[in-house]
Design a protein around this ligand. Structure first.
Ligand code: HEM
Length: 371
């Protein structure tokens, strides 16, 4: 199943979806006004949600959404489900399980409700499917699985739950750090001006023009945000299928292993001054590597590529990593091309993360100053 879904998210197919990012970015820009308050923690999740549901099931939620639509009804319970997945001590110490009985019961009921809502969307897709012209990931899954209803619904719900908040919180953090560092905004703006040939009157910047080699500093800011605030702070649980030695540690068969993504990316053992947002470290790293490709070969310290586990590693690594980065590029280039970002109340924005099943910034507001 992952190979079918993965295919829809590969880089090549993503180019097909870029026009969707752009469409939703244009809608987002319509909700941004000069000198007015802009709340990334409210509007970016909507932008992100629209991108994912359009790719998955060809639907969209207007910015002034109707409370009664199936989609709007789907969103809150899915969020509830994600939140209920946050750290629960009974997952680790079974003696505590009875104390979480009611929480689990509520979770089961919500899961059933969400499944039924997604089932309505599935039936609608199934009845209107054109086998020669799949409209979205759900259509492709129906075709590939020959209508395995349960699996298709579960996969779509998984992607929905995994994709919406992650992408949104990442872009919210990125905007936060750029606002707190106007000097970095300026650097990215200068890069953008090179790709638009100093033209200050374009309506929109298209992704096809965003050669990442020319947007080197934006790339570094994206990587630094994902390093400092890796939204999914723990990897997916794995189980050792046989007795294994990792260096001098014996791992018996059956042991559950969870990668500490946040720990690796924020450890003094691997990186200098890890708690500082410093995109330059990526520029310096790639320059050093260009001069001598083997310079970090035998070291984990400052080997930024090797410790970049923010999307996981191996067969179970993140399915949406390309999608998320392209979405961020479309979003940031278009916002910074039009506006300078300032904290709404003039004070540095608090970048302390909030922890649930993912990490996210606290609510904050920006002021948009037209360039
Ligand atoms: C900044 C945004 C994101 C981050 C930091 C992130 C991070 C991760 C991480 C760390 C994992 C676990 C990998 C492992 O344990 O090896 C994962 C898995 C996954 N991610 Fe993401 N993700 C992001 C966005 C997305 C998006 C936008 C989607 C979907 C459109 C998505 C879909 C998935 C799925 C389906 C899995 C499970 C893969 C599997 O079961 O094999 N993610 N992600």
């Amino acid at each position: 199943m992952k190979s079918i879904v993965g295919h829809s998210f590969t880089k090549m197919n993503l180019t097909v979806y870029v026009s969707l990012f752009e469409k939703h970015m244009k809608l987002l820009l319509l909700n941004m006004n000069d000198n007015q308050k802009f709340s990334p923690t409210i509007l970016i999740p909507k932008f992100s949600l629209n991108v994912i549901i359009e790719i998955l099931i060809s639907k969209e939620i207007p910015y002034s959404d109707r409370e009664d639509s199936v989609l709007t009804q789907l969103i809150n319970p899915v969020k509830e489900l994600s939140d209920s997945l946050s750290i629960d001590i009974s997952d680790y110490i079974s003696i505590f399980k009875p104390f979480f009985y009611f929480k689990r019961l509520k979770y089961k009921n919500t899961a059933k409700h969400v499944f039924n809502l997604m089932n309505e969307i599935y039936m609608d897709h199934f009845e209107t499917l054109d086998y020669k012209k799949p409209r979205d990931v759900m259509d492709e899954l129906i075709i590939e699985t020959e209508g395995d209803q349960k699996s298709v619904i579960h996969v779509c719900l998984d992607i929905f739950a995994a994709g919406v908040d992650t992408s949104a919180h990442f872009i919210e953090f990125l905007l936060l750090y750029l606002t707190n560092h106007p000097e970095y905004q300026e650097k990215i703006y200068q890069e953008i001006m090179t790709i638009v040939n100093d033209n200050k009157s374009l309506d929109f910047i298209f992704y096809k023009d965003c050669d990442i080699n020319k947007l080197e500093f934006l790339d570094a800011c994206i990587k630094e945000t994902l390093r400092l605030r890796p939204i999914v702070f723990l990897g997916l649980p794995r189980v050792a299928t046989e007795d294994t030695m990792i260096k001098d540690i014996f791992v018996p068969k059956g042991t559950q292993i969870i990668g500490n993504v946040f720990g690796i990316l924020n450890s003094e053992s691997y990186i200098k001054s890890p708690s500082i947002f410093k995109p330059e470290r990526w520029i310096e790293y790639y320059r050093a590597k260009k001069q001598n490709p083997n310079v970090f070969e035998n070291s984990l310290y400052n080997n930024l590529d090797k410790i970049s586990v923010h999307f996981g590693i191996g067969n179970r690594s993140c399915l949406g990593k390309n999608l998320t980065v392209i979405q961020a590029i479309v979003c940031i280039t278009n916002i910074l091309y039009k506006y300078k970002l300032e904290p709404f109340d003039g004070k540095l924005i608090d970048d302390t993360e909030q922890w649930s099943v993912v990490i996210k910034p606290k609510h904050y507001n920006l002021k948009l100053i037209k360039r």
